[in-house]
Design a protein around this ligand. Structure first.
Ligand code: SAH
Ligand code: SF4
Ligand code: F3S
Length: 479
């Protein structure tokens, strides 16, 4: 959980109403929180990190595993007392859990005033006003003072004109939202809806805006970011053709457009799906030197029967072929993966398949999760038959495999001189700076604040399972 710290300074006059956004979940939620904060600031609000100081508290919620929801409810519960002491306080839920539970939220926590779904949160300032107006209306019962906007048919709409960015050098940009796939364990298609991509011209305009505000590293977000453009109409005869399906604009075209944005130095991607990993995307990565040669391309499991039950839409062999195509075009590409252990019916042999596939593909970054049954998903119909202790043990074992493989992968980079983009001074040691190689690999090196925001040629001489360290090379290597 993170509260978005970069916006904590009070803006404008001391009497301005104060907003506190508490963010759970993925990078998309962090991005959405920053959009909401920007919108409220334009309406004269100041932002704060402290719920105790706020006039409006919004929880940006996640639903991907039960644990994420439970943590949110416990935070929400803590505000009950605050609301008793300050009845003027407005408390709202937004994000995936808000979309999943909708008005049920009011039953679970009577002190919650509003619920904004994943395609409605651009209305939040108006919703807060609505709550206040309803409170002021004489005779309105508490139940009728609440406001919920959860329609998923609309599009998320934000206009950042007139906003000021105070988030530093790194920013997120959601290029698409939603997911058209239906992995049987996953709640995301229910909470985020189907694919909605933003036009390339709009994204370039927002990227320019960021670059003008000093942003140098942009991470492009999407639930399946490489399905970007799938929802656009295919061009008719005579119209310009892109590199997506049937000539639609695709992620590769977007990367080529963003490569031209002046001031932007690095472009990253989160998260890809193997089904949309195309040669055209690989070619764009090859041609655009601002784009990290790293792709998070979750395999989830290393067994065909499990992948089939998960309805991932590929076999191991198909995954291999997609990864081979990417590596054929970009030979130095690094891949990362997410894994679910203990999915319904996962045998010891299936699990060994995950260990084997992680090793075979040499994933340099791995996130491992214990399967957690989610309401409304298809897998609810399968027996959740792997005991908690077994899930835990498989989690531990796959972590062990991952750390060994990651370390070996980083070892392969030792002794080489690579371009590193430096992003910050270490908070633990002011004589160390932190950055990433153009392969997205974390690198630390001796340096000072003057390094931040610049490329350095770094001789990589040490590594752990989680990154590399080095020193500035005598001779620059293409830096
Ligand atoms: N769109 C991404 C994943 C989004 S959810 C993709 O298709 O890969 C982030 C990660 O959470 C997933 O990659 C998966 O590993 C994990 N996850 C999703 N649902 C889960 C569940 N029900 N139990 C455990 N882990 C889950
Ligand atoms: Fe969920 Fe699968 Fe869509 Fe990823 S691709 S968001 S795991 S349904
Ligand atoms: Fe969670 Fe929704 Fe992101 S479920 S992981 S906040 S897409």
């Amino acid at each position: 959980m993170t509260t978005t710290r970069h916006t904590s300074e009070r803006s404008g006059d001391a009497e301005a109403p104060r907003l506190c956004v508490v963010t759970f979940g993925c990078q998309m939620n962090q991005y959405d929180s920053s959009l909401v904060e920007g919108k409220f600031r334009k309406q004269g609000y100041a932002t704060t990190d402290r719920v105790e100081d706020a006039d409006v508290v919004l929880f940006n919620t996640c639903s991907v595993r039960d644990h994420a929801e439970e943590r949110t409810w416990s935070w929400v519960g803590e505000l009950k007392k605050l609301k008793q002491d300050n009845p003027e306080l407005v408390i709202g839920l937004m994000g995936c859990m808000a979309q999943r539970v909708e008005e049920e939220a009011f039953k679970r926590a009577a002190h919650v005033d509003l619920v904004a779904g994943t395609r409605q949160f651009h209305h939040l300032p108006r919703m807060v006003e609505e709550v206040r107006e309803r409170r002021d209306e004489p005779g309105r019962r508490l139940e009728d003072q609440r406001v919920a906007y959860t329609d998923m048919a609309s599009e998320v709409a934000f206009d950042r004109a007139g906003e000021e960015w105070s988030g530093g050098m790194h920013a997120y940009l959601a290029v698409m939202r939603g997911c058209d796939l239906s992995c049987t364990y996953c709640v995301v298609p229910h909470t985020r809806g189907g694919v909605q991509s933003r036009p390339i011209a709009d994204l370039v305009a927002e990227a320019r805006w960021y670059a003008e505000q000093g942003v140098k590293v942009l991470t492009l977000l999407g639930q399946t970011v490489n399905s970007y453009g799938e929802d656009f109409p295919a061009p008719s005869a005579g119209e310009a053709r892109g590199t997506g399906r049937q000539g639609r604009p695709g992620l590769g075209d977007l990367l080529r457009a963003l490569q031209e944005v002046e001031g932007l130095e690095r472009i990253r991607l989160i998260t890809l799906h193997p089904s949309y990993a195309t040669r055209a995307l690989a070619e764009a990565i090859r041609d655009c030197d601002k784009v990290d040669r790293f792709l998070p391309l979750p395999a989830q499991a290393g067994s065909d029967p499990v992948l089939k039950r998960m309805k991932r839409g590929y076999t191991l062999d198909l995954y291999r072929r997609r990864a081979d195509t990417l590596r054929e075009v970009v030979p130095d590409l690094e891949l990362g993966s997410d894994w679910i252990v203990g999915f319904c019916g996962e045998t010891d042999e299936d699990f060994a398949g995950s260990q084997g596939f992680l090793e075979e593909q040499g994933f340099v970054v791995n996130y491992i999760f214990k399967y957690d049954e989610r309401p409304g998903t298809k897998a609810v119909g399968y027996p959740d038959d792997i005991e908690v202790a077994v899930k835990k043990e498989r989690h531990r074992m796959l972590m062990e495999t991952a750390e060994r493989v990651q370390r070996a992968r980083f070892e392969g980079w030792r002794g080489r001189t690579e371009r590193v983009f430096v992003e910050s001074v270490s908070t633990r040691d002011a004589s160390i700076v932190l950055g990433r190689s153009v392969h997205g690999l974390p690198v630390s090196l001796p340096g000072d604040a003057s390094f931040v925001g610049t490329y350095r040629a770094v001789m990589l001489d040490e590594c752990t399972a989680y990154g590399l360290s080095g020193r500035v090379a005598e001779a620059p290597a293409g830096a």
